[in-house]
Design a protein around this ligand. Structure first.
Ligand code: C2E
Ligand code: CA
Ligand code: CA
Ligand code: CA
Length: 279
């Protein structure tokens, strides 16, 4: 499917043959996708810009649709949110990513942090904290190795409620990141009050950072702001060595992007990015 539009709460999408199909069919197959084991996670590495070491992975969901092939989260996550399916999918992501991180450790690799994306709708439900606590207990993953990424606009939707949930997650020991930082609206007073660990600079600001002076200034300002708030800064969407070097010079902490590695299935991730020196 290439496009996805909305029309009176019915989804229509166009498949690769240009045939427009009723999105309701997609929703009904999405409903069974987790139990049919059609969901999978790809992992993308995050690198420390000072040491050059790989320090963590972000889990990114894909849907292997029996007829359409690999479907992007950009297409089905909004659909899952609308159809009330995000809770189940989100729980599967949480379980799978935590178990994977534990499996890597059990295989003898050094521990790395694993980040999952959490939809604002999951944050707004009351069982997220309990879910996270349960999965950490079941998998035995150290809480500080789990990072939860929520978009800026997602956190600001119901800011008082979000603040309370994030504080509870923080008390368990998990790390909290603002995703796509700079694209939403968050007042500095909220930024100060939220129990955050990390700002992830949106890739639109990283693009052409070596030649685009405005982007350069913006990222520099974010790095300074983060430094004074004692937050870590991760630049996403780093595609070139030039961008990598500029970010290093600016004093950004970590990077993520095609330059160091695309999102890949777990076995490829271990092969390419995990330190085999210990095995
Ligand atoms: P995001 O959280 O901002 O994830 C980063 C996106 O940028 C990913 O797209 C990743 O593949 C892509 N990316 C990474 N490096 C580069 C680069 O160097 N250049 C460019 N152009 N892109 C890069 P992806 O995997 O298609 O995910 C898209 C979005 O879908 C994510 O954006 C996130 O908002 C959402 N998403 C993905 N997985 C989940 C999930 O498990 N749950 C929820 N609720 N949302 C998810
Ligand atoms: Ca993310
Ligand atoms: Ca992002
Ligand atoms: Ca995004």
């Amino acid at each position: 499917a290439k496009r996805l539009g909305r029309n009176n709460s019915q989804y229509f999408s166009e498949n690769s043959n240009g045939v427009v199909t009723d999105g309701l069919e997609m929703v009904s197959s999405l409903r069974r996708a987790v139990e049919n084991q059609e969901m999978l996670l790809h992992y993308q590495p995050k690198y420390d810009l000072r040491t050059g070491r790989m320090v963590g992975a972000e889990a990114l969901i894909r849907w292997r649709h029996p007829k359409r092939g690999l479907v992007s989260p950009i297409e089905f996550i909004p659909m899952a949110e609308e159809a009330g399916l995000i809770g189940g999918i989100g729980e599967w992501v949480l379980q799978t990513a935590c178990r994977q991180s534990r499996d890597w450790q059990n295989a003898g690799y050094p521990p790395i942090s694993v980040a999952i994306n959490v939809s604002p709708m999951q944050l707004e439900r009351d069982d997220l904290v309990h879910q996270v606590a349960t999965v950490l207990e079941q998998t035995g993953l150290a809480p500080e190795l789990l990072e939860i990424e929520i978009t800026e606009s997602g956190m600001m939707r119901k800011v008082e409620h979000s603040m309370a949930v994030l504080q509870k997650l923080k008390n368990i020991g998990v790390r909290i990141s603002i995703d796509d930082f700079g694209t939403g609206y968050s007042s500095l007073s909220h930024l100060k009050r939220l129990p955050l660990d990390t700002l992830k600079v949106d890739k639109s600001f990283v693009r052409n950072i070596s030649s685009d002076h405005e982007n350069h200034s913006i990222v520099k300002a974010i790095v300074l702001l983060a430094g004074s708030l004692k937050l870590k800064v991760v630049a996403e969407g780093v595609e070139t060595e030039e961008e990598y070097k500029v970010l290093q010079n600016i004093g950004c902490d970590e990077m993520q992007g095609y330059f160091k590695g695309r999102p890949v299935p777990a076995n490829c991730f271990a092969e390419r990015h995990l330190d085999t020196g210990h095995l």
